[in-house]
Design a protein around this ligand. Sequence first.
Ligand SMILES: [Zn+2]
Ligand SMILES: [Zn+2]
Length: 277
Amino acid sequence: MPPQQDSYDASPSSVRPLLDTFWSSSGWREPPDWPDEQSMRAAVRRGVMFDAPVVLDHGGWVEAARSAAAQISPREVEDAFVSSLTSRRLDLRSALASFLIARALPDHHFTAMRSGRMCAVCGLYSGSAPEDLNVLNFERFKWGGIRRDDITYVAFDLQQFIRAPRREVTPDDRKLGSAVLEILRGLPTETTVAQAPSHLGLLKGNKPERSVLMDILGICGVLDTADHRGYAEGFVRFGDRELPPYRFVDRAYPACWWQASTGINFRAVKNVLPTLS
Ligand SMILES: [Zn+2]
Ligand SMILES: [Zn+2]
């Protein structure tokens, strides 16, 4: 594999072939429609696609997540998150949640759950399987990530964030960030987390993107509940990430538990998004 480039080209035209590989106007492409060899090579050169899968075991992914987080400051991910709200740079929006998870992730050995084959601490399997980074990067650019607390995604997301072209945060970005929190705070009390995104029309982007924003704010603890905490003050073990008992749980833990009557967790805002508090 050639050495990883220092950065990537996040422009819409650069990312387009990645999006088109996995997504069409009617949804997921199954199987993916891979670019021809020449476009693939060009996308790899731009740093947005990957020509070989990564094979790591449980310990390898845990180490990758923890060491990426150690190279990143809280202020960097906060700024990236805030600047994503006006720019719709979803690759920058994703990193805040991944950072909080990886920073809190304890160094640990695979710890089998009583049932199932996943690690009770982090949710990874014990073995190693080839991981296609392209689909992870697609989800990252398309929605800001959808495998919110999957340590494989978390590690990949942070490795990409380290080389991500950043944007300067403007006063308009901060104004918009504060406005989003203000709207969430003021929602009618019966509003569910599934309904909240339709109140965020001031944000550029579509409903799935705004729904993923709920997931990210959940991980931050901004949209958590007293019984189901986010990660800002400590790691939540995989075995403790309870999901509600309804049939369709679209949102990640702990945002899935949130509703407007819970209110915004201002301690978490102060902790994780201090420039918006
Ligand atoms: Zn584990
Ligand atoms: Zn519970």
